[in-house]
Design a protein around this ligand. Structure first.
Ligand SMILES: [Zn+2]
Length: 254
């Protein structure tokens, strides 16, 4: 079957005889692995469109369950992101997380559009990269039906607007009462699966999850809040999505 799709290159692996395997987040089919014989050294338009951080248009052949890229064309290259190392690392982290999050061959158009919007936004931004990165992750978790519970205590089920902690394993907030009385809380604390939080943090997470990325403008977060959320969401995603440890996480000391 011949087909054309827009996509973002997540990464590429060299295989035998100059052939490469491209992992593409395609608009139509979600994440796919596609082989290609287009030479890396070539200066052709197609060769340029096979590098990570390129959004392109890809002509594919699908036989059985295998994709092959015949031709490719750059729509937009995000190489400019590399002009700032911190920004580049943050974007690499998001690309790696997206790659781990997506199953093969399952359309995920909303997430594809979100990734495009995220990369566009990061390209414009010169500092304060945390808010878009965190927003992307919380929005992706929501799209995946894996958003943390922020309204009700995950132990007693009562609504609370003054949570005391965030229970990574339980998947959400814990009310003040349960945080004092529940017998498992101490164990969670020892296993480092419990974060002390306050009302403010919950509102920040809600804001990051609900507000469109384009509204972020120059929004900055307090450094302590950013760091706490980064750790929390990284532990949460690793626990609930079975994505393991990301290569790029070590840059953030996670
Ligand atoms: Zn409770």
């Amino acid at each position: 079957m011949y087909t054309v799709t827009e996509g973002i290159v997540l990464n590429q692996i060299k295989i035998l005889n100059g052939r490469r395997m491209i992992r593409l987040f395609s608009g139509k089919y979600g994440k796919i692995s596609a082989g290609t014989s287009i030479r890396e050294s070539g200066k052709s338009k197609s060769a340029l469109a096979l590098k990570p951080f390129v959004r392109g248009r890809y002509e594919l052949n699908k036989t059985h369950n295998t994709y092959h890229i015949n031709k490719a064309e750059v729509i937009h290259s995000y190489y400019g992101l590399a002009g700032n190392m911190e920004r580049y690392i943050n974007c690499s982290y998001v690309l790696e997380l997206t790659d781990r999050l997506l199953p093969e061959d399952a359309p995920a158009e909303a997430l594809f559009l979100l990734l495009t919007e995220f990369l566009d936004l990061m390209e414009q931004r010169q500092k304060k990269f945390e808010p878009p990165v965190l927003a992307y992750i919380f929005k992706a978790l929501k799209m995946w039906g894996a958003a943390p519970e922020l309204e009700k205590c995950v132990i007693c089920g009562k609504c609370t607007d003054a949570p005391a902690c965030f229970d990574v394993a339980g998947g959400g907030i814990v009310c003040a009462e349960c945080s004092k009385s529940d017998g498992n809380i101490e164990k969670l604390r020892n296993d480092k699966l419990l974060y002390s939080i306050n009302f403010g943090i919950v509102n920040v997470v809600k804001y990051l999850t609900e507000q469109p990325l384009r509204d972020f403008g120059k929004l900055a977060l307090d450094e302590g809040v950013s760091e706490l959320l980064r750790r929390m969401v990284s532990d949460y995603a690793a626990y609930h999505l079975d994505i393991g440890k990301l290569r790029t996480e070590e840059f953030f000391g996670l």
